[in-house]
Design a protein around this ligand. Structure first.
Ligand code: ATP
Ligand code: MG
Length: 772
């Protein structure tokens, strides 16, 4: 730029700048928390585009959450001053869904496939376990789904497992049967579970080099944030994508390959790969994350350039010193120390309550004080190790009229009425999925009972048609009464209309590989667009009268449900506005991938509550880490596990390093769990923080029992800003929850029925009948 100011490089230190401009085939950025890794990654992408070294469509940037992806896209827009359409900035899961939607037909799936969440997977496993009488061997949906997930993350499928198992062990044989049957049922339902998304994409690339070639050619630059938490399947995906396209694959590519795409050996060279991570922040070993991926990067990618960053720009020195002290106790790491030019800042504030309520009261009062001193609620976050810790906190926040939200709490999309409406949309996209079809048929009640459902399902299976076609042909099923036949045919008719609307021109969310941006736009314009999602949903809601039926009950809880459905309509409209022409499949994809940390809502006016895991990558001016006790952090379950304590220590390190200016560490001396009150001991991690860094408001030693803190208990009643306003807080909290979902603690969350249970029982029933 002419004025000599370069927005992409000027705000960076020399090492950061080196990472932005490096142009080798592989770059590894290893650095502690808050040292600007994510910032460097973002600037590097912007730099590649600005210098015309890549089109946006040639970039694949992988983030850990959808929220982080949205933030990165927004920053890129700001840095480049233009939109970044065509660029893939997404999680591993989202990127894989986009690929699978486009390529599904290659391996016997249909593009409208359903993505089973963990409740759906467990519902399916429950039935399989029952069919095989496997529960007598101790198999449960929970333990089998965990084991299958682990295997899938290692890219082991049922037949691989069968070939290596110990066949003389009956438990292993039965597990293999469960696993095999689970794979078959998923395929029959045209569904993938969460782990499949990545594993199947890897299989697809390996089995179809011509398909892999399309994506290898397209993505010239692959950048991965939070690389320390990749598992084997994700690692393999990256490896596949960064391989070169061999000469024999070139002929299949469209548009035809041009000379300048090739290297000296006549291949399209592999993409450049940038990975960014901090092995001290690896906290997903339980999901198969493998720290070796980052440790061994230099060996895997031999020509890799390495950049280390040490200056921290996020936190004050006191906070960093505490973080360094804690993580320094992990013996299995390379020593690196963070420093800042910011100065010491305030001391860490410590507080020990006599109970979790006393602890929560302290948190609420401090938040009020911070707020009075001018800090926005949105600048404050409260972390905890387990979700069960939120109740006491929420009670006190409500009492103090502090607006808050729970990230990753009961989700909007988990509510029964939302699942009902979503079942319609899912069955429209995938008329082979028994789970959504069954749920759709059963709600609202229309006189089609389990018996009729079983007849339809049997017909579907016998004729090899979709569930919708089976309904259309209800006249051919003599066992159905005439009234039911009419109902079912009418329903099928409505679904057919909705399907025609929804699927319009087919898949539009993946563009063909392009050389020039203009090609991309032309290609997109030439595809027919599906109808807006809101129109499809409106048709469903109107024809089923779901909202009217809830309103007619004149029950406040049903009113809230009706409002939620209206909110879903608003979400759909917003989606249509943001992604015109994307349509139902893209909408379903987005909904099914909304991850724990993902809250689409504006968070400026509310305190954020979340688990330590959810906090990764985020930063807040003020942070409370609560429940810093033995048994919570480190968690009881980690104590006996190999490396478990070290992983918990990294989690504590992640928590501490989220804070910019103010860090509070709180605990209780007694804690009630499952109705028992037990004495709680301060966490060993607390003792690893040098005493001089903490200013105790009440140290563990000062809390001797109820007597000593009676006056505090009385004080708890003096919740600032109370006096009739707690009702307003409920309303506010409910609003925030209703508007996008993962907000917390309102009454309506408690009344949501266990959805999968219902789906399961009706499924069980028709399967049961089928056997008779
Ligand atoms: P984490 O390990 O927690 O993911 P990170 O290494 O990705 O952290 P960033 O989130 O990129 O760190 O940066 C931390 C903070 O420091 C951000 O607010 C960022 O804008 C700021 N920052 C990074 N580099 C600089 C710099 N050179 N000058 C000023 N601020 C910076
Ligand atoms: Mg980061």
């Amino acid at each position: 730029p002419s004025d000599g100011v370069d927005p992409l490089l000027d705000g960076l230190n020399p090492e950061q700048r080196r990472a932005v401009v490096a142009r080798g085939p592989a770059l590894l950025i290893v650095a502690g928390a808050g040292s600007g890794k994510t910032r460097v990654l973002t600037h590097r992408i912007a730099h590649l585009i600005r210098e015309k070294e890549a089109w946006p469509s040639q970039i694949l940037a992988i983030t850990f959450t959808n929220k982080a992806a949205a933030e990165m896209r927004e920053r890129l827009g700001g840095l480049l001053g233009t939109g970044v359409e065509g660029m893939w900035v997404s999680t591993f899961h989202s990127a894989c869904v986009r690929i699978l939607r486009r390529e599904a037909e290659r391996f016997g799936y249909v593009s409208g496939f359903t993505i089973y969440d963990s409740a759906d997977s467990r519902a399916l496993l429950k039935r399989i376990i029952k069919d095989l009488d496997a529960d007598t061997y101790g198999f449960t949906p929970a333990n089998t789904s965990a084991k299958i997930s682990k295997l899938k993350n290692e890219l082991t499928d049922a037949s691989d497992y069968a070939s290596t198992m110990n066949a003389s062990d009956p438990r292993e044989r039965i597990f293999t049967e469960i696993f095999t049957s689970y794979e078959q049922e998923l395929k029959r339902a045209n569904a993938f579970d969460f782990d499949d998304l990545i594993g199947q994409t890897v299989q697809l690339f390996r089995a179809h080099p011509d398909v892999a070639a399309i994506y290898k050619r397209r993505f010239r630059h692959i950048l991965v944030d939070e690389y320390q938490d990749t598992n084997h399947a994700q690692y393999s995906l990256i490896r596949e994508l960064t391989k070169s396209v061999e000469p024999e694959q070139l002929a299949t590519l469209v548009p035809p390959v041009r000379e300048r795409e090739l290297d000296g050996l006549g291949r399209i060279p592999g993409a450049s790969l940038t990975v960014v991570g901090d092995s001290d922040q690896s906290i997903y070993a339980f999901r198969g994350a493998d720290i070796r991926n980052i440790v061994e990067f230099e060996r895997d990618f031999s020509s890799a350039e390495v950049v280390k960053l040490e200056q921290n720009y996020r936190s004050t020195q006191n906070i960093l010193s505490a973080a360094n002290a804690v993580i320094g106790n992990n013996f299995d790491r390379q020593d690196k120390k963070l420093w800042t030019a910011e100065g010491d800042g305030d001391k860490i504030v410590g507080f020990t309550g006599y109970s979790q309520h006393d602890e929560a009261r302290f948190v609420a009062e401090e938040i009020e004080d911070l707020h009075r001193d001018g800090m926005a609620y949105g600048d404050i976050a409260v972390f905890y190790r387990t979700n069960s810790q939120t109740r006491a906190l929420e009670e006190l926040l409500i009492r103090s009229a502090i607006p808050y939200r729970v990230l990753g709490g009961t989700k909007f999309y988990d509510r029964a009425e939302i699942k009902d409406a979503m079942a319609y949309l899912t069955t429209i996209a995938n008329p082979f999925d028994p789970i959504s079809w069954s749920r759709m048929l059963g709600t609202p009640k229309r006189g089609v009972g389990p018996m009729a459902e079983a007849h339809l399902a049997n017909f579907q299976e016998a004729e090899g048609v979709s569930f919708h076609q089976a309904m259309e042909r209800a006249e051919e099923i003599p066992a159905l009464g005439p009234k039911i036949r009419t109902t079912v045919v009418e329903l099928a008719d409505m679904l057919a209309r909705a399907t025609a609307m929804a699927l319009g021109g087919g898949v539009t969310d993946v563009l063909p590989p392009v050389e020039e941006e203009a090609d991309a736009e032309a290609a997109e314009a030439s595809q027919k667009k599906p109808a807006p999602v809101a129109d499809v949903l409106k048709l469903v809601l109107d024809s089923t009268e779901m909202i009217e039926k809830l309103r007619a009950k004149r029950d406040p809880q049903d009113d809230a449900r009706a409002e939620n459905l209206e909110e879903l309509l608003a979400v759909a409209r917003e989606f249509d506005a943001q992604q015109p022409g994307a349509g139902l499949l893209a909408f379903l994809t987005e909904v099914s991938l909304v991850a724990a940390a993902d809250d689409l809502d504006d968070q400026s006016g509310t305190v954020s509550l979340m688990t330590l895991h959810t906090a990764k990558g985020l930063e807040y001016p003020a942070v409370f880490i609560t429940g810093v006790e033995e048994g919570l952090i480190p968690h009881q379950m980690s104590v006996d596990e190999l490396g478990g304590i070290n992983e918990e220590r990294r989690l504590m390190y992640v928590g501490i390093t989220r804070a910019r200016q103010k860090l509070y560490i709180t605990l209780a001396s007694t804690r009630a769990t499952f109705g028992d009150v037990a004495v709680a001991m301060p966490s060993r991690f607390l003792q690893e923080i040098p005493e001089a860094l903490i200013e105790w408001r009440q140290s563990p030693g000062e809390v001797t029992g109820r007597g000593g803190t009676a006056s505090r208990a009385l004080n708890a009643g003096r919740a600032p800003g109370a006096g009739g306003s707690s009702g307003a807080s409920w309303a506010r909290n409910r609003d925030s929850q209703v508007s996008f979902g993962s907000g917390g603690g309102s009454g309506s969350a408690a009344v949501a029925e266990p959805a999968s249970g219902n789906m399961q029982s009706s499924l069980d029933k028709w399967r049961e009948r089928k056997r008779l």
